[in-house]
Ligand binder design. Structure first.
Ligand code: APR
Ligand code: PHB
Length: 395
């Protein structure tokens, strides 16, 4: 089948799905092309802290009904080090801002349902995707959709196909610069239908390594512990996980911890990555296709949202008056916010984890910085300002 559209979106993660909803609202004709099945996309377990700016975008699309019913508004979170818990009061430190704990899986489902209800064209299970003519007026996209040839012509390609996607690799090597830092550990995450250990998140620095107590609902917990990145998941029984998590908590939390069978258990590597520029000819990258942050600052999804917001704005300007200037500014506009989030995520990761070469001195320095952070209004305010999210406008 042959289709002609204004925008072809590659990838149905949060970036691609949200961009689709924004383009539809702007009256821009588009299709969504995804390699996996809808069931696979809707079942991926990911992070779950939404900045106010992210909630605002979903509000403005009329897509936040369930989010407001089921999401948990958090006015603060805790830092735990040297066995003591200290609260960071986000609300007070940022003059009334907050975050909402609502799983990325749920955001994805809401966006997929919206697409279906509006009858927006999506092609799932597309293999062997090939994209040509990005430096011409008409881009040609070909692939196999559930065994049948698929041909699409578009003005623009939105590369929302994640870190392992093909779009970024279409930018000529001599024009693309990649910046990367790989961390020598991973996060072992467990989802379980047990009451969360506390009402707010707890980020833990312990000499044995980082831990995080998060949640999805009042009866579903999400926990993480730092592990060596090459650890075999098979060596992590539920019992071992709960025992390691408990050993990194304070006495009160350790006593309150309710354990149960894991619904999901996996090890994720930690990486910082940025590709520049985010535009080449008719190709525009957004989300994980262009950048990755380690999850410590909970910025991955929120950065994807600011990218696609900027992108939808640039595209609606471009399609209305064909002025290239709006698209020209897309990459630098995104990258300014991206690098600030990269800096924050790297800093918070470095502060909270046990590094192989840090030794006792490094541990003491982390504890001194944490002590300063929780006792200095200026330092706490800086942490809070970044955690709730920098503005989604020009900084
Ligand atoms: N053809 C079509 N689709 C592809 C291809 C391809 N060749 N390669 C990858 N994809 C799809 C993937 O299957 C996936 O569904 O692109 C999608 C990319 O989704 P994500 O990896 O979720 O990336 P993004 O939408 O940018 O999400 C950003 O989600 O992954 C988290 O940490 C990330 O929170 C951040 C947010
Ligand atoms: C999560 O709930 O999965 C989560 C929360 C905060 C983070 C990372 C992940 O920083």
């Amino acid at each position: 089948m042959q289709h002609r559209v204004q925008v072809a979106i590659i990838g149905a993660g949060p970036s691609g799905l949200l961009l689709g909803a924004l383009l539809d609202q702007a009256g821009i004709d588009h299709v969504l092309i995804e390699r996996q099945s809808p069931e696979y996309v809707a079942s991926r377990i990911r992070a779950g802290v939404l900045e106010q700016g992210t909630v605002d975008v979903l509000d403005q699309l009329g897509l936040s009904g369930r989010l407001h019913r089921e999401g948990l508004v958090h006015h603060g979170f805790n830092l735990l080090f040297q066995g003591q818990r200290h609260r960071i009061d986000l609300h007070e430190l940022t003059q009334g801002k907050q975050v909402v704990v609502y799983g990325q899986t749920e955001v994805t489902k809401d966006l997929m349902q919206h697409r279906e209800a509006k009858g927006l064209r999506s092609f799932y299970q597309v293999d062997a995707l090939q994209i040509r003519g990005l430096d011409t007026q008409t881009v040609e996209i070909e692939g196999m959709h559930r065994g049948q040839p698929l041909r699409i012509q578009s003005d623009i390609v939105a590369g929302c196909d994640g870190f392992h996607g093909i779009c970024r690799k279409l930018i000529p090597n001599n024009l693309l610069k990649e910046y990367e830092k790989v961390y020598p550990f991973g996060w072992l995450g467990v989802l379980a239908d047990v009451k969360p250990v506390a009402e707010e998140l707890i980020y833990v620095n312990s000499p044995e390594g980082f831990a995080l107590c998060s949640m999805r609902s009042p009866s579903r917990s999400r926990y993480y512990v730092q592990v060596p990145v090459d650890d075999d998941i098979a060596s992590w029984s539920d019992e071992r996980f709960w025992s390691v998590l408990r050993s990194r908590l304070d006495t009160e939390a350790a006593d309150q911890l309710v354990t149960g069978p894991s619904i999901e258990k996996s090890i994720a590597p930690l990486r910082s990555f940025v590709a520049e520029p985010m535009r080449w000819g008719r190709l525009l990258l957004a989300g994980d296709a262009a950048h990755i942050v380690p999850p410590t600052g909970a910025k991955g999804l929120n950065l994807a949202v600011s990218d696609v917001r900027f992108l939808a704005e640039a595209l609606s300007d471009w399609f209305s008056d064909r002025n290239d200037q709006h698209l020209e500014r897309y990459s630098s506009r995104c990258l300014q916010r991206v690098w600030r989030a990269e800096r924050f995520s790297w800093w918070f990761t470095s502060l909270m984890h046990r590094f192989p070469d840090q030794g006792d001195f490094g541990q003491k320095i982390q504890e001194a910085e944490l002590d300063y952070l929780v006792h200095s209004q200026a330092a706490s305010a800086s942490l809070a300002e970044n955690y709730v999210g920098l503005p989604m406008t020009w900084l």
